[in-house]
Design a protein around this ligand. Structure first.
Ligand SMILES: C[S@@+](CC[C@H](N)C(=O)[O-])C[C@H]1O[C@@H](n2cnc3c(N)ncnc32)[C@H](O)[C@@H]1O
Length: 629
């Protein structure tokens, strides 16, 4: 028996979906492949066969769909020098192209993210759109960002290539949204900022990727507090936020179960509750006693109620029957919740709803700048952190806007992970730190940002701005700076740091299927580690490929005189020593708690095939997944 090899490229996400199909339609699979003809027969009338069909199509769509399946051969290298509290923080900031990064995150973050917020380029013609070449992957990224010598940085704004401006944008967004979806938890939510340039197209691809039934709303955010008079016809004062849940839940009656949390009530909303009858239970508001069902639909809710003063029978209308059953109405009477006016002068009853019993308010779809900030406020916030360097970033969102998203879709203390893979200046990172500070929460963030050049020498790339902003926001919280509107809790114990990573090619030499010098490749692969990479680089590549998050705790141990990394409280053990000794391997197996996975280098066993076989058997017997790389 030989140990399995740890796969160094990212898995094809199609496999997982095929597996789901195989579970329900085993007959449609022939020799491991989906037989479309049989599949169509099994589905019968449910298959759309007409030549004309509903859906959005654009030049390059097929390639964009395939882009998701092209594996990434990259890795995320830890950058201690760019991090704050690397060993303790569970927040993550990644520098790189988000398509590659999202692929690399697939195993470790699959189904784990509670909230995704993105604010992608709006495709206004002036914003920058990264020129994807799906087949080139990380190499294209390195060349493009000047990290490979060939042609250095070629920064362009999105040129109108033969009228394909929408197509290019859609091809950029489609694979990223597909990959993002699989990172969401089932109750996870995505919000995407956009304006009228691409709202219609974004809605169409989001419907396709997330499913129309998972659409929550298109929120309008009032981004400006005053119209500008220098526009042609309209002054645009709002942006949109498109929102979807990964998977809508329904109760037994088929009614959608709420996904978003309610918002805290404002003073203004509370003022609607009064107490004209000095009810000891406190302020209340009267509510409808009828509902919008007919007597045919709900015969049990069509019955007479006796007026307490006149003794007359009061019937509801046949088209709007009582809201409560007879039994519930009698209980309402006993509890003094039926309101007929101060002197019982009203002809119909109303229900007394007490302020002490009402939950928060349901969010509406119109978000005013007075509640969530505007673009000027966002720029001021950025300037208050960056001062003279404020020219390093032009288009931040207000912190209050992102706090609202956190409020609606995360729990303070459940360790929720939030992701922004078009992070820009990292406003979401600041919002998470401040919200955690305000409510003692432990939300964690993952931010991804391309090292797009700026014109500021102190912050030469936008990714350096992202890191800089989070660091400055944390310092402000730590020092309790007055400029911060944050109500300060004791900052002890709050995670105010982040682990920084950067996208690069794998730490392992990969087989190049197109190379001609096969002998040379074989020799090079005997020792398959790329020169110049550190043990920590390798460790994080293995950790991610083994499906553990980038925030995992790492402890160094010494077993039988060799160094072993224990990841995520011992779930994964990695030993990069070579040659590795039998005693070390057995000591790893004997550790408590028992490791779930063990990974070592293949070259650590050179000339020791018998040892490799024996250890593989022993690990299997102990239920430990043993792999080499
Ligand atoms: C509108 S900004 C986001 C602003 C952010 N919400 C804030 O408050 O600061 C969009 C960002 O996406 C980045 N971006 C564009 N293409 C990218 C890609 N392929 N990978 C990662 N980031 C990208 C741009 O560099 C830009 O900083």
């Amino acid at each position: 028996m030989v140990p399995d090899k740890l796969l160094l490229t990212t898995p094809n996400p199609i496999e997982e979906r095929l597996e789901a199909l195989r579970e329900f339609f085993p007959e449609a699979f022939k020799e491991g492949k989906l037989d479309l003809e049989t599949f169509k027969q099994l589905l019968g009338e449910k298959v759309e066969t007409g030549r004309e069909r509903y859906g959005l199509s654009w030049a390059g769509k097929a390639e964009a769909i395939r882009a998701v399946q092209i594996p990434s051969s990259g890795t995320l290298r830890p950058r201690r020098d760019q991090s704050v509290g690397f060993d303790t923080s569970e927040n993550v900031i990644i520098e790189g192209d988000n398509l590659e990064v999202l692929k690399l995150l697939q195993q470790a973050y699959h189904g784990k993210v509670k909230l995704i917020y993105i604010d992608p380029p709006y495709n206004t013609g002036n914003d920058f759109v990264y020129p994807d070449d799906f087949r080139e992957g990380v190499r294209q990224y390195l060349r493009f960002t000047g990290q490979l010598s060939e042609d250095g940085v070629r920064l362009t704004t999105a040129p109108e290539e033969g009228g394909r401006i929408h197509s290019r944008w859609l091809s950029m967004m489609y694979p990223r949204l597909q990959l993002a979806r699989s990172l969401l938890r089932d109750d996870g939510v995505i919000f995407v900022s956009i304006d009228d340039h691409e709202l219609h197209n974004l809605r169409a691809i989001m419907d396709e990727i997330f499913g129309e039934e998972n659409f929550l709303a298109t929120v309008l955010w009032q981004k400006k507090y005053a119209p500008s008079n220098d526009t042609t016809d309209f002054s645009y004062t709002h942006d949109y936020l498109l929102s979807y849940v990964k998977s809508r839940r329904f109760n037994e009656q088929g009614k959608a179960v709420a996904t978003l949390k309610r918002m805290e009530r404002t003073e203004e909303q509370n003022r609607l509750y009064k107490n004209p009858d000095n009810d000891p239970r406190g302020p209340w508001m009267s509510d409808n006693y009828t509902c919008n069902k007919t007597s045919e639909q709900r015969p049990n809710l069509y019955y007479p109620i006796i007026h307490p003063k006149t003794g007359k029978e009061i019937w509801p209308s046949r088209t709007a029957v009582w809201r409560y059953s007879r039994e519930r109405h009698e209980q309402n009477v006993r509890e003094g919740r039926v309101w007929w006016g101060l002197n019982q002068e009203n002809e119909t009853p109303r229900y007394k709803r007490y302020l002490s019993e009402v939950a928060g308010v349901v969010a509406d779809t119109w978000w005013e700048h007075t509640d969530v900030g505007h673009t000027d406020e966002a720029k001021k916030e950025f300037k208050s952190l960056f001062g003279e360097d404020a020219d390093a970033f032009d288009t931040p969102k207000p912190v209050r806007l992102l706090k609202r998203l956190l409020q609606l879709s995360t729990e303070p203390d459940a360790g929720d992970i939030v992701l922004d893979f078009f992070a820009g200046s990292g406003t979401l990172g600041q919002a998470v730190l401040e919200m955690n500070q305000e409510d003692g929460g432990n939300r964690r963030f993952v931010l991804v940002q391309l090292p797009e050049p700026t014109r500021n020498p102190n912050y030469p790339t936008i990714s350096s701005v992202t890191r800089g902003r989070v660091q400055k926001a944390a310092e402000r919280i730590r020092s309790g700076d007055e400029k911060s509107a944050v109500r300060l809790l004791e900052p002890d114990g709050q995670d105010l740091g982040f682990r920084a990573f950067s996208l690069d090619t794998s730490n392992f030499k990969l087989w190049d299927g197109e190379a001609e010098d096969i002998q040379g490749q074989l020799e090079a692969l005997v020792d398959n580690l790329v020169e110049g990479r550190t043990q920590e680089d390798v460790l994080f590549e293995l950790l991610l490929k083994a499906g553990l998050p980038l925030s995992s705790r790492i402890q160094k141990k010494e077993l039988e005189g060799q160094k072993v990394y224990s990841v995520a409280e011992g779930q994964l053990l990695v030993c990069l020593e070579r040659p590795i000794r039998a005693e070390t391997l057995r000591a790893m197996m004997a550790l408590e708690p028992k490791p779930l996975q063990v990974v070592c280098l293949d070259v650590a066993f050179v000339g020791g095939d018998a040892l490799k076989t024996n250890i593989a058997l022993e690990m299997r017997d102990r239920g430990i997944r043993f792999r080499t790389v």
